[in-house]
Design a binder for this molecule. Sequence first.
Ligand code: IVH
Length: 665
Amino acid sequence: MVPEKIREEVQKLRDEIEYHNYRYYVLSSPVISDEEYDKLMKRLIELEEKYPELKTPDSPTQRVGESHVEGFETVEHVEPMLSLDNTYNEMDIRNFHERVKKGVGQVSYVAELKIDGVSIALRYKDGMLVQAITRGDGLRGDDVTVNVKTIRSVPLKLTEPIDLEVRGEIFMPVSFFEQFNAQREEEGLPTFANPRNATAGTLHLLDPVVVSQRKLDSFIYYIVKPQQYGLKTQWEALKFLENMRFKVNPHSKLCESVDEVIAYWKEWTQKRKELEYWIDGVVVKVNDFEKQNELGMTAKSPRWAIAFKFPAQQVRTKVLNVAYQVGRTGVITPVAEFEPVELEGTIIKRASLHNFDYVAEKDIRIGDYVLIEKAGGIIPQVSYVVTELRDGDEVPIEPPEKCPVCGRPVGKQSGEYVAYECQNPFCQAKLKRQLEVFVSRQALNIQGVGPKLISKLVDAGFVKDIADIFYLNVFMLSQINGVGPKMISNLLSEIENAKNTSLDRLIIGLGIHGVGEKTAKVLAKKYTTIDELSSARIDDLMQIEGIGEEVANSIVSYFNSDKAREIIEKLKQAGVKAESTVKEEKNVLSGLTFCVTGTLKHFSREEIKNYIESLGGHFTDNLTKKTNYLIVGDNPGSKLDKAIKFGVTTINEEEFLRMIKEKGA
Ligand code: IVH
């Protein structure tokens, strides 16, 4: 039996924590310090550990409730999720206004920002979040509750114990999106065309832990059957949603005239760049619910609302062809080639089509007239296909069956979407990209070897794999057009110097799928030689902080290939020494991951980090299940609770020092 006092304390803690979540993630105005917040969380975890019967799905400790799900069930919407008609200019919006007036007389409008995200329906029962469903086909969507729960601005519990369904938008903040795409590029993965696609992909991931790291956010703007709650207008509904602690966009405006609506649209056409999220227009809604009902809807969209899109600077051009670019891991990216046109000061000749799901979704064909614009103001992108101008000779863009460079078969890889990859380990396109990575600043740092020289060396047949760089000689280099004696001597000395590299640089240079700079560093800490790494098993690798199943698999299958064995042997023969930056004799903490909470007596955070790393250990700021030890100092924070929850061993500073001594350092 749980004492009543404990029950009450748990409830109070949950309410407090969710309130502070709300202050932080919804209002962006926290009223307590991080330490105070951590203390509350720590106490709650402690009590839930002690009295597991008190654990409930709506507890703030359960936002990341599971580490893996099998898939998503399809769920029917109680009321269809409609889309909106689009307009692009003042005249259209005035026409909309006239139609509304004709139907229901004079009205006021609510003008809202049109968030470029993924629409979501959230169901609450007795005030508790029970289900989150994507739009799907409008009638049925996917139940993505486990993933949506990780979004901190989505309340798990309302301020009233009511049944409610609300709808809104999930989005990925622009700053995170940019960093995320850059990282994918580094790892040889296909990039996302825009934050909306990245959001949609994220919501369908099977690992809520990964979802929780993607910084998704929400805005809620719609209530199903609002009149049940005594609400008469959209404006009241927005206030009601705010009171229920939803994150409601702060820029909505009550407009008494169509002129005000137009002014709002003009204002945001300019100001949209200042926002942390993408918007693609303004949504104009008749404020009064009764009048909304009177206006009703057409087959697919309401007559009481309209999307008033922003004009993007667009130009029309023709798709002349599609080129297939082969990345270093073999991923094939379709690139549209246009009749060159000028757009905002630059001549545009091509634009990435990102991946084949994107091509299919937009139905872009060779020979199509398309409108192009600069997404986010920078990246040229196809925004619209002018299907009206088709004459029937257009050719659909299909994934190639054969690699455009080597002619060998292309295979399918399922990830966040289907990627097509050249399967030939010897493909020259892959080889060229791999060599670019191999000589890059982060890897072997061989200066003077750029993409052009690489291309010539490969075409001449002097370089058949990355190791061949170390077998180049004066004779070979002198055969290459544009390479003179001075350059040859510089190149050969650069190549000679690169033989003394570090293990992490060599690992980056190998270009293993999913292994970028960060992972390479982690691996070089755990393993001291490339041979050691090459015999690691999947289980060993997965024990390492920051390495998941997919990357572990990719590393093992890389080293299992004959080609990899050959390359490593050739590198050794050439005299390449890739020393682990961590010296072996001092490696007493090798394979162990540490995390620290609270204040330590003998070390600052930076000092203990350096110390652990100098002993071959791994230091992390974020505690996870893979962390081996949490070193607990004075005034520990929420990591202590997490450690208890995850079953991570906790030690104090003295115990840590003793452990090192016992290990002989
Ligand atoms: S109202 C019937 N308000 O735009 C009411 N939609 O094509 C329809 N959207 O699917 C939705 N911001 O995903 C509404 N402030 C906003 C919105 C918004 C973005 C999206 C929504 C919808 C699409 C309309």
